[in-house]
Design a protein around this ligand. Sequence first.
Ligand SMILES: C[C@@]1(CC(=O)O)c2cc3[nH]c(cc4nc(cc5[nH]c(cc(n2)[C@H]1CCC(=O)O)[C@@](C)(CC(=O)O)[C@@H]5CCC(=O)O)C(CC(=O)O)=C4CCC(=O)O)c(CCC(=O)O)c3CC(=O)O
Ligand SMILES: NC(=O)C1=CN([C@@H]2O[C@H](COP(=O)(O)OP(=O)(O)OC[C@H]3O[C@@H](n4cnc5c(N)ncnc54)[C@H](O)[C@@H]3O)[C@@H](O)[C@H]2O)C=CC1
Length: 215
Amino acid sequence: MQHFVPISLNCKNRICCVVGGGRIAERKVKGMMESGAFITVISPNITPDLQVLADHKQLHWVNRVYREGDLQGAFLVYAATNQREVNYEVAHEARQRGILVNVADRSEDGDFITPGIIRRGRLTISISTEGAGPAVTADITSALDTLFGSEYEPYLDFMHDMRQIIKHKISSPQQRTKLLRRLASSGILDQIRRHEFMAWTEKEIDLWIAQNQEE
Ligand SMILES: C[C@@]1(CC(=O)O)c2cc3[nH]c(cc4nc(cc5[nH]c(cc(n2)[C@H]1CCC(=O)O)[C@@](C)(CC(=O)O)[C@@H]5CCC(=O)O)C(CC(=O)O)=C4CCC(=O)O)c(CCC(=O)O)c3CC(=O)O
Ligand SMILES: NC(=O)C1=CN([C@@H]2O[C@H](COP(=O)(O)OP(=O)(O)OC[C@H]3O[C@@H](n4cnc5c(N)ncnc54)[C@H](O)[C@@H]3O)[C@@H](O)[C@H]2O)C=CC1
């Protein structure tokens, strides 16, 4: 069995096109919302939510049907119209230009697929069945959505800050690994859940490092 390559794409300042303006196009656009991409939607009509985003200049709406040549300069494209032939033409142009393409109605014609996704601040959980069962992906996504609560956002902010400090203060990679593993299993997450967690002062951080380094 061949697998898909698990990646997360940096689309900052890249042109990302969506051809089509329906429910599926809207879902793909929303997935790109905080990526820093320049989003272009090509479609003679768009959903009310996409209209709001266009009004707020969060995306550029090309108000007409797709024409060959529209993909020039794009980094990636979603072929998300309800017309089989149009999605085919978009995929064809993308292939010729070396642009990554997602095909909404025939995933096997495209280069990448969209996973189910859960975000909690710095945490991203991505779920994929490699197209075998998008409905299963949706079910698993909603199960994990309840399992991983909002506490992960402050938890990972704390972990991030501590990691920077530990990297700065501790020169031995072995010591750093030991400290960071210990920190991850030290019950901070539970404290946050119980609303008992108080941000550590610099003194407390130094004390924790000293205590956990010795052993
Ligand atoms: C391959 C992939 C390509 C891609 O879209 O990138 C793809 C393809 C197709 N989906 C279809 C149908 C459905 N898709 C959903 C839902 C989602 N589909 C998503 C991703 C993907 N869908 C990629 C694979 C992901 C994986 O790895 O599993 C999610 C996860 C993310 C997102 O879309 O943002 C999102 C859940 C979001 C959430 O709720 O968390 C539902 C369920 C529902 O709507 O309730 C149905 C109906 C049930 C069914 O058909 O199974 C069809 C048939 C269309 C037709 O019949 O015409 C195709 C075309 C084909 O099979 O080729
Ligand atoms: N990948 C996925 O997760 C799923 C994909 N699909 C497939 O996605 C496709 C789109 O579905 P919906 O968004 O629900 O359809 P929709 O009917 O809501 O929207 C279709 C959009 O395509 C636009 N369009 C049609 N011809 C066009 C052209 N020549 N140029 C530019 N835009 C054009 C229409 O104006 C409309 O905005 C369908 O083929 C459907 O089978 C459906 C369910 C899930």
